[in-house]
Design a protein around this ligand. Structure first.
Ligand code: COA
Length: 324
């Protein structure tokens, strides 16, 4: 019998405030047409002034626990992916832990920017496989609106706020011919690309929070190549081809990147879960938000092959392949 991690619950939270492209065009020199054509984004959610990353995460986590049919007391660990923590320390995961009323277990953050959820999932999966945890809440939560330069039209139109969460639980099966759960994880980073995408602030450098800076076209070029190559890696590791994939749940940065990746892999576009039009890029929250939407509306069914993949600042990139 092999011990694997299966997803038993999903939850999402989006702030109430919708900001349309037209609204942004009143602030910076841009247009709905430019944003839609270059990115596929129509609107994004922005957190209220008193809403922190931990508040978004908590709402998503509560929904995930309900959908898994468990209580916070059943959770052994919280792994929260974010690049926009409430504070420099402690970890935002510990705020969520306290708000859920948990007094046992461990809670910590993982930072891999837009690839954060894949990294967090891999970390949680390893804890479960090793028997160090049975039930883990894996959360991706961000308030990127707080680190955007709202005068910079090349970046401020691209991002949004939100949170998604899943419950990951240990599962052992006798029939290992068609195993369920996370079948493989693939993580990469290449720190030489720092200047392509970074925040120009931080406690140890400027003692300020800073703003997101990006060389968009350079990131675009690497994104399609890295996403396609890590997907190829996941398919080879599992001895499958693109036609075996039921759902691709990619990090939602730009519709053109998603179309380009699907084309490169000859993957049918209708197999790609898309939320970027309504959420924009919510960094570590984008994959769990998209995944949980596809689960909630019944697209993802038991034993479907679901592949998640992301690319982000660092650069970091990675993929996880699950049989649901
Ligand atoms: N509205 C209107 N015009 C804009 C604009 C905006 N919001 N932002 C940039 N422009 C202008 C540029 O100034 C440039 O004008 P110029 O030709 O007069 O110099 C023109 O549009 C083209 O800019 P460019 O940056 O070459 O556009 P692009 O087609 O590469 O699209 C991005 C820009 C950012 C949408 C695209 O590069 C991208 O999506 N990159 C990847 C971003 C990403 O995924 N980041 C997160 C990774 S996790």
């Amino acid at each position: 019998m092999t011990r694997r991690s299966i997803v038993t619950g999903c939850g999402r939270y989006l702030p109430k405030r919708i900001v349309t492209n037209e609204e942004l065009a009143e602030r910076v020199d841009t247009s709905d047409e430019w944003i839609q054509q270059r990115t596929g984004i129509r609107e994004r959610r922005i957190a209220a002034d008193d809403e922190k990353t931990s508040d978004l995460a908590l709402n998503a986590a509560k929904e995930a626990l309900i959908s898994a049919g468990i209580n916070a007391a059943d959770v052994d660990m919280i792994v929260l992916a974010t690049a926009t923590p409430d504070e420099t320390f402690p970890a935002t995961a510990t705020r969520v832990q306290a708000a859920l009323g948990m007094t046992k277990g461990a809670a910590f953050d993982v930072q891999a920017v837009c690839t954060g959820f894949i990294y967090a999932l891999n970390v949680a999966d390893n804890f479960i496989r090793l028997g160090q945890a049975d039930t883990v809440l894996v959360i991706g939560a961000e308030t990127f609106s707080r680190i955007l330069d709202w005068e910079d039209r090349t970046t401020c139109v691209l991002f949004g706020d939100g949170a998604g969460a899943i419950v990951l639980q240990a599962h052992e099966e006798n029939d290992d011919l068609v195993p369920r759960g996370i079948l493989s994880n693939h993580l990469h980073s290449d720190g030489r690309h720092h200047d392509c995408l970074y925040v120009d602030g931080g406690p140890s450098s400027t003692q300020t929070v800073g703003h997101l800076r990006m060389q968009g076209p350079e990131v675009f070029k690497h994104a399609v190549n890295n996403m396609a190559s890590v997907l190829g890696e996941a398919m080879v590791a599992n001895n499958i081809t693109a036609s075996d994939i039921d759902w691709l749940v990619p990090h939602q940065a730009n519709k053109r990147i998603l179309d380009g990746t699907a084309r490169k892999l000859k993957l049918a576009p209708e197999k790609v879960v898309i939320t970027v039009d309504r959420h924009a890029n919510t960094s570590a929250a984008s994959i769990p938000l998209a995944l949980c939407e596809a689960v909630a509306d019944g697209r993802v069914k038991e034993r479907d092959i679901v592949v998640m993949e992301a690319m982000g600042g660092g650069f970091t990139w990675g993929a996880s392949l699950i049989r649901w």
